[in-house]
Design a protein around this ligand. Structure first.
Ligand code: FAD
Length: 287
């Protein structure tokens, strides 16, 4: 029998006081699952810089969770980014998710590094390593990043990020277990030994999911699209379908030896909690 995997949870910085309340409620409800870490995204173009930092710091100060701040290279100089990293370390935030970020004009437009900034994620990782001994997660793309061009270029770039000092990679979301397993095999064949943690999407708004998948090269099996057919006005059933689809994918991965999973929670505790239950992971009483 396989044992339940370890999990981590990703949140995004909310825009309104109501959404902020929902975020902290979700954090409180998910904490008893004892995640390995929790992370908070950085809005496109660095747009949520202050909100991301405030939430990550508050998590470090007020909870027992291990928070990780996402940070990107876009729209900031090295000096500005180094200051953020130093402030994180001083505030007790020892984890980051280091990313290049998407072009400021939007996904699909040409990326140009900020003059005086870190150009790519590998440069940011090397910069963070110079500042402190951070635990550094990075992104990777089993279906290949739209700009990478080929699986071998994708693996080369991932290797560059591990060589620069990354601790683990978290994948873009995917739905075919074989896509992940083939990517893992290719990474291992290239000499990458570090963890490559599947990123599991818990977005039950299927229209939004399709839009995101299109932007980032994720294929949605027709069998899954069919499950959402006719549910545009039925969010309750969509949630049940989403937890089932996610748990089915996770269980197939766990059967293949995967022991860590990262959930894109969309700031909703219920979907993550029900998916965890279906994997045999229950909230634990607090010490
Ligand atoms: P990189 O690893 O730097 O590579 C991206 C591409 O740049 C490569 O495919 C390659 O084509 C090219 N490249 C890389 N290095 C070089 C080099 N040395 N020379 C020439 N070309 C090179 N975005 C946000 O804005 N905020 C977030 O919080 C956020 N969180 C994410 C979390 C996860 C788990 C993932 C998977 C993605 C996340 N993203 C986030 C999206 C991410 O910023 C985009 O996918 C972005 O386009 C690529 O970022 P990266 O760190 O993978 O880039």
């Amino acid at each position: 029998m396989t044992s339940a995997p370890e999990v981590s949870f990703e949140f995004f910085p909310p825009k309104t006081p109501e959404m902020e309340e929902k975020l902290w409620d979700s954090v409180r409800r998910l904490a008893p699952v004892r995640p390995r870490f929790v992370s908070v995204t950085y809005g496109a173009g660095g747009s949520t810089r202050t909100r991301t930092h405030d939430i990550v710091r508050r998590m470090a100060e007020e909870t027992d969770l291990k928070p990780a701040g996402h940070i990107t290279c876009v729209a900031a100089t090295r000096t500005e980014i180094d200051q953020v990293l130093t402030d994180y370390w001083t505030a007790g935030v020892k984890r980051i998710v280091a990313l290049r970020g998407d072009p400021t004009a939007g996904i699909g437009t040409k990326y140009s590094p900020h003059p005086g900034g870190y150009a790519y994620a590998s440069d940011l990782i090397a910069g963070a390593r110079n500042i402190a001994d951070f635990d550094i997660s990075v992104g990777c793309y089993p279906e290949v990043h739209p700009e990478a061009g080929s699986l071998s270029a994708e693996i080369d770039n991932l290797k560059r990020k591990f060589d620069a000092g990354a601790t683990r990679a978290i994948t873009q979301f995917f739905f075919y277990p074989d896509v992940y397993l083939r990517f893992l095999d290719a990474a291992r064949a290239a000499g990458i030994a570090q963890p490559i943690v599947p990123g599991i999407m818990l977005q039950s708004n299927f229209k939004g999911l399709k839009r995101m998948a299109g932007l980032c090269n994720t294929s949605i099996p027709s069998r899954i699209a069919d499950l959402y057919d006719g549910l545009d006005n039925d969010p309750e059933t969509r949630d049940l379908v989403t937890a089932h689809v996610a748990a089915d994918l996770c269980n197939r991965l766990v059967e293949q030896g995967v022991d860590q999973l990262h959930f894109y929670t969309m700031n909703r505790a219920g979907l993550s909690l029900s998916t965890c239950r279906l994997l045999g992971l229950k909230p634990q009483a607090q010490a």
